[in-house]
Design a protein. Structure first.
Length: 210
């Protein structure tokens, strides 16, 4: 059952964070500095783990929706910016891809390895880094940066993150994935998103059916 006090505190913390994130973006835009400052802001929000890692949010059933679900936390305000709490099951991975917008991942519980890549006309396509995104660790990606994800852990214990995107997932219809040669193809976003801004019976039914 929803905990109304928890949901109210979560919405208030999210609203405060969105105000600060908006101020950072207004000053710095989607630059390296701006994205890293927004990542640091979200690391502060992630300290309120008890507001996000709760039984209100259930993982996708194994084998459905690519073992992923994201619950939207912020109200649409005309900016397209979207903050989610995401749950991914161990073993889930994605191919190297970009987002064509900035994206910020911050760990809440469990670990997701992010491999970073460079597509260089002369040096070819190669991995350049690996970051274990877990509690206290965040990663900010610019629109043209390339990553793949590899969810760690055991069994069906989900890995939890806060994810903040320049555009909501359903709007990211121009993402590109890369094969080992660097060749690109269209990479559709995972659209298994649910609205957690208002807890309703309808939302809970939708969760039960996923
Ligand atoms: Fe991604």
């Amino acid at each position: 059952m929803p905990n109304n006090n928890l949901a109210a505190e979560r919405q208030a913390r999210v609203a405060e964070a969105m105000d600060r994130l908006g101020a950072i973006e207004k000053t710095h835009g989607g630059t390296r500095t701006g994205v890293d400052l927004m990542r640091d802001e979200l690391l502060q929000l992630a300290k309120y783990k008890r507001l996000f890692v709760t039984s209100e949010f259930e993982p996708a059933k194994r084998g459905t929706f690519k073992d992923f679900v994201a619950y939207r936390l912020n109200e649409e305000d005309g900016s397209d910016r979207a903050l989610y709490v995401s749950l991914a099951l161990p073993g889930k991975s994605s191919p190297p891809h970009n987002h064509n917008n900035w994206a910020i991942l911050v760990g809440l519980e469990g670990v997701e390895e992010n491999r970073l890549y460079r597509a260089d006309p002369e040096q070819g396509f190669q991995q350049i880094d690996s970051i274990e995104v877990g509690p206290g660790v965040g990663l900010g990606l610019l629109g043209d940066e390339i990553h793949s994800i590899h969810v760690q852990g055991e069994g069906d214990v989900p890995v939890w993150q806060l994810r903040f995107y320049e555009r909501a997932l359903e709007l990211q219809t121009d993402r590109v994935q890369f094969d080992e040669s660097g060749a690109t193809t269209f990479f559709p976003p995972n659209q298994n998103t649910k609205d957690a801004t208002v807890r309703t019976e309808q939302t809970n039914d939708a969760v039960a059916q996923s």
